[in-house]
Design a protein around this ligand. Structure first.
Ligand code: AMP
Length: 401
């Protein structure tokens, strides 16, 4: 498996042991109801394996970004209930504690039978102790367990107490199946791609993705840039961009990236036309213009029809496609067509297709193309850091084979 030399859940004996598993149950919620349980489903293979082997499975995760300490709307209770439905008749107990770990939690863990599951409360209820990788909280989590399993790919790019700190105080650590799957697909795509390798990047912020672009330029055959970030590249080419979003302090770097692509003989594609609007709103007036013809006072909110065709053709014969970020403001119908066209092109191609979480994953799922993709990552930020070529802290800290 590409780049993975870690102890896995297949290498450890968990019978009768307390196994703390960091899962990613950071699921979208509306009014206390889970609107998409993909992340819980994705954690099931590891959980079921540990349960079937007689482990005492203790799950921890964060949910959302509680800023004012513990709050009911950020509780993991709903996630625990959904899990209970999915693993029935396995016993799942949610142990609510604003401290996440306290004496009542320890007592509940001590009373566990083999093959049972406990779900702890949201690790971010401990605030900075979690997000700043606090030693005390890391020790408390570790005190519950004989073994630590990391299966939260979506959080593996953060060195938090529950993803990294805890590993300092538990001797036996391992990666779970979801982590293995993510690392295998993303790692192979970048390190050993079936060629031609086409990378597609979109979304609003160039700053977030410059290092990804730089790394991918070392690996891919075609790099496609769409979405709001394209306008910084337009500016670097000297085009007028009206009121389109632009990161002026990144224009020089955008130019460097295009020069690098040219020097390396990489097919570097940016939109040739755009859907421009008079204001940033779902029902704004809009029209289609070429990229060197954006009128003053108009902003680009999607790629135009010629660009959709250009990008779709580049994807058609690809061996591998990695896609992260929408081609426009895909939340709004009038500006979603570029993202839909790319999703369709990737779904129709025979390429190994890797969708890097976030908005592009949401678009693929909404369009019903999920089954046509090779892999949809559960981690937007984590998959981007992976594509950047970085070692994720939540992986680095785990035991090697
Ligand atoms: P990111 O978080 O950088 O991946 O960006 C995702 C966001 O980019 C989505 O919410 C889109 O609405 C937004 N976006 C995509 N294209 C544009 C654009 N042309 N102008 C403004 N926002 C955009």
């Amino acid at each position: 498996m590409a780049g993975l030399n870690k102890v896995t859940v297949d290498d450890i004996d968990v019978k009768g042991k307390k196994v703390l598993v960091r899962v990613d149950f950071n699921v979208p919620m509306k009014d206390g109801v889970i609107t998409n349980d993909n992340r819980i489903q994705a954690a099931l293979p590891t959980i079921k394996k540990l349960v079937s082997e007689g482990g005492k499975v203790i799950l921890c995760s964060h949910l959302g970004k509680p800023k004012n300490g513990p709050e009911a709307k950020f509780s993991l209770k709903a996630a625990a209930e959904r899990l209970a439905e999915l693993v029935a008749p396995t016993k799942v107990t949610f142990v609510p504690s604003d401290k996440v770990v306290d004496d009542s939690v320890k007592a509940a863990v001590d009373a566990m039978q083999d093959g049972e599951i406990i779900v702890l409360e949201n690790t971010r209820f401990r605030g900075a102790e979690e997000t700043k990788n606090g030693e005390e909280f890391s020790k408390e989590l570790a005190s519950l367990a004989d073994v630590f399993v990391m299966d939260a790919f979506g959080s593996a790019h953060r060195a938090h107490a529950s993803t990294a700190g805890v590993t300092k105080f538990v001797k036996t650590t391992a990666v779970g199946y979801l982590m293995q799957k993510e690392i295998q697909f993303l790692g192979n795509a970048v390190e050993d791609p079936v060629r031609p390798f086409v990378a597609i990047l979109g979304g609003a912020k160039v700053a977030d993705k410059l290092n990804v672009i730089s790394n991918l330029l070392e690996k891919c055959d075609t790099l496609i840039i769409g979405g709001g970030m394209a306008y910084t590249f337009f500016k670097a080419l000297g085009h007028e961009i009206g009121t389109s979003i632009c990161e002026d302090d990144k224009v020089e770097l955008a130019k460097e990236m295009m020069d690098k692509a040219k020097a390396k003989g990489i097919n570097f594609l940016i939109p040739v036309d755009n859907v421009v609007a008079t204001e940033y709103s779902a029902d704004s007036e809009w029209k289609i213009v070429d990229s060197d013809d954006i009128p003053e006072g108009w902003m680009g909110l999607d790629i135009g029809p010629k660009s959709r065709e250009l990008f779709a053709n580049a994807v058609k014969n690809a061996g591998t496609v990695v896609w992260n970020g929408p081609m426009g403001v895909s939340e709004w119908e009038n500006f979603a067509n570029g993202t839909i066209a790319v999703a369709k092109a990737v779904a129709d191609s025979n390429a190994i297709s890797i969708i890097g979480g976030g908005d592009s994953a949401a678009a693929v799922e909404k369009l019903g193309f999920a089954d046509k993709m090779t892999h949809i990552s559960t981690g937007g930020g984590a998959s981007l850091e992976f594509l950047e070529g970085l070692e994720l802290p939540g992986i680095a800290c785990l035991n090697e084979k």
